[in-house]
Ligand binder design. Structure first.
Ligand code: NAP
Length: 302
């Protein structure tokens, strides 16, 4: 491996995205250490060192000693610890800190209801940027992925495909294009960043496995499930936005999923497109494979 980055610590190693990232880093030959909370119940892959610690700057600096890079892929509950992780990484001499994005990046055009969730993330990104500006030995990268497509299709029937009951909900006319990155692509994105630290320093990269739409996915689901008749229902993103907004305004849960799905499929808005073409993405730089709807659907059904 030509990269000067060899030892990588990961926060959130057993999470939804931390799991494929950890596997990809190990497969690519990086020496991976998981850093986890004292109270964590997470289960880590056999054979990787695990450091259990409280998330203060002092303790995290000790935990990160000797690491070349750190990846922050904690879930929403951990975002508040990210500034301490960044301070500790710099203090420990970590060269690259991958900030927690795995969403739509700094240019996200998400609906305003998401502003409050986005604010502490952006504060941590700004903090990393300021640290990198002041200290040339420290750098950061953000990895935007758009829709985590194979994981999301399997997990959220509200995305329009109930894979156990073979029911599809097509929003509007089903032609709104959006970009997705598979779990494999997410893992490869992190390997790509740490393999090419110069090209990926102090910026957000755009991962992408494909550009697709609901109608293409429906065809792929139908051809991947012979013998099953898909029931096709129709819904409108406008109604979904109204539902989500009403829940948000009255403090009810469920608004996030409503609005995430609506903004992915809303016609004419393009909010679900991170990179309209492969060339506009960093997929080639990072070594992420282009995938077809058929390949993605196979993974969602596995
Ligand atoms: N683009 C999208 O549509 C999309 C979808 C889902 C997620 N995401 C984003 O992707 C990132 C990773 O999400 P994920 O779903 O992989 O996360 P996750 O599986 O929910 O959690 C990952 C890890 O976060 C750590 N964690 C949880 N609560 C914490 C706390 N209070 N303090 C510190 N650490 C905590 C835990 O690690 P330990 O137990 O080891 O401490 C957990 O295993 C997040 O930024 C999330 O918002 C984006």
């Amino acid at each position: 491996m030509a990269s000067p980055i060899k030892k990588v610590a990961i926060f959130g190693a057993a999470g939804n995205f931390g799991t494929p990232i950890t596997a990809a880093l190990i497969a690519a030959g990086f020496a991976v250490t998981a850093i986890t909370r004292e109270e964590s119940q997470s289960v880590f892959p056999d054979g990787i060192p695990v450091i259990r610690t409280t998330y203060t700057v002092e303790r995290l600096t000790k935990a990160l000693a000797g690491q070349d890079a750190a990846v922050c892929v904690v879930g929403p509950g951990g975002i508040g610890s990210q500034i301490a992780m960044i301070d500790a990484a710099e203090a420990a001499g970590v060269k690259r800190f991958i900030v927690d994005d795995f969403g739509w990046g700094p240019e996200s055009r998400s609906l305003p209801e998401f502003d409050a969730i986005g604010a502490p993330r952006k504060a941590a990104w700004d903090h990393a940027r300021a640290k990198a500006k002041a200290n040339s030995a420290f750098s950061f990268t953000g990895v935007s992925i758009g829709n985590p497509i194979d994981w999301a299709l399997k997990r959220f029937p509200a995305m329009g495909f109930d894979v156990t009951r073979h029911i599809s909900i097509i929003y509007d006319d089903g032609t709104a294009m959006f970009t997705g990155t598979t779990l494999e692509g997410i893992g490869q994105a992190i390997v790509g960043v740490l393999s090419k630290p110069d090209e990926t320093a102090n910026l957000f990269v755009k991962a992408r496995s494909l550009l697709t739409c609901q109608n293409d996915l429906l065809l792929a689901f139908q051809s991947a499930t012979p013998g099953h008749e898909w029931e096709i229902q129709h819904a409108r993103t406008k109604a979904l936005i109204e539902q989500g907004r009403a829940k948000h305004a009255s403090g009810q849960g469920g608004w996030i999923l409503n609005l995430v799905v609506a903004q992915l499929f809303e016609p004419g808005e393009g909010r679900g497109i991170l990179a309209a073409t492969r060339e506009e993405s960093d997929a080639d730089l990072l070594g992420i494979q282009e995938e077809t709807p058929e390949e993605v659907v196979k993974k969602a059904l596995a």
